[in-house]
Design a protein around this ligand. Structure first.
Ligand code: SAM
Length: 237
């Protein structure tokens, strides 16, 4: 199955021998069930699978790590408030942030994850580079149109926020899979921070402004840059 975020995450786990993987927003487990890693944690307020499905998927995908994985059927905010301290005993190697696709939620997920990320770890954020305004709308607008079309939300604003306020983090978006945001703690590129000064100022930005500035604001890179950056050999189609 050629899913760029899946190939990237598994390559990082294999190459760096990460033992701890967290996925925020799991849905039917398309990515989660395929990831092979010693300790896996799944968080979603509404899993799209039963316990029986965990068993059958583990067998069919030859991936017993799904049986020992921990499943938290709750929001990521509740997970971080109630469980994370107890459950994440060793720092995370990789986290996929793919839960509620709205600015405030995505930003909280990233900030909470950073507390538990190892110094060499990687946060991968899905849906950071929406193509059109209809893909970048609010959850309520998407709901009003009957959940039709592809929805990326305004996760991109979390990237803009962190690129403005957290210059010590290394942040870019790879132009693949609706925009894979990448955050690592070790600075590699020296970039000037973006000029925004507050959460609210960024919240007020609209899609047209992103469209004009996406290369700079997202630090947008071609997908091949992932292999250069991580020294991996992922085959992108
Ligand atoms: C796009 S799907 C995730 C897809 C999955 N990561 C994959 O790659 O196959 C988004 C999921 O986020 C979940 N979600 C919505 N609000 C959430 C929240 N507050 N915390 C965690 N997950 C949430 C939804 O229930 C949905 O299953």
């Amino acid at each position: 199955m050629n899913i760029p975020r899946l190939s990237l995450i598994q390559s990082l786990i294999d190459k760096n021998q990460y033992t701890n993987y967290l996925e925020i927003g799991v849905s039917i487990g398309t990515v989660f069930f395929r990831i092979k890693c010693k300790n896996k944690i799944a968080v979603d307020p509404e899993f799209g699978f039963s316990k029986f499905k965990v068993l059958t998927r583990s067998i069919r995908l030859n991936n017993p790590s799904n049986l020992s994985a921990r499943y938290f059927e709750k929001t990521s905010d509740d997970f971080f408030a109630d469980d994370a301290k107890r459950v994440i005993r060793q720092k995370l190697g990789v986290c996929l942030v793919d839960g509620m696709h709205e600015y405030a939620y995505a930003l909280r997920d990233i900030q909470n994850t950073l507390e538990y990320l190892s110094d060499e770890g990687v946060i991968v954020i899905h849906d950071c580079n929406p193509k059109g305004a209809e893909n970048a709308c609010t959850y309520n607008e998407w709901k009003q149109r009957g959940f039709t079309g592809e929805w990326n939300g305004d996760v991109w604003k979390a990237i803009v926020y962190l690129r403005s306020m957290e210059p010590s983090l290394n942040i870019f978006v790879a132009d693949t899979d609706y925009g894979l945001g990448i955050i690592t703690k070790k600075p590699v590129e020296t970039l000037d921070p973006l000029p925004f000064k507050s959460f609210e100022e960024i919240k007020a930005l609209d899609f047209a402004e992103l469209d004009k500035n996406r290369k700079e604001w997202l630090n947008l890179k071609p997908k091949e840059y992932l292999n250069e950056y991580f020294k991996t050999d992922i085959k992108f189609s």
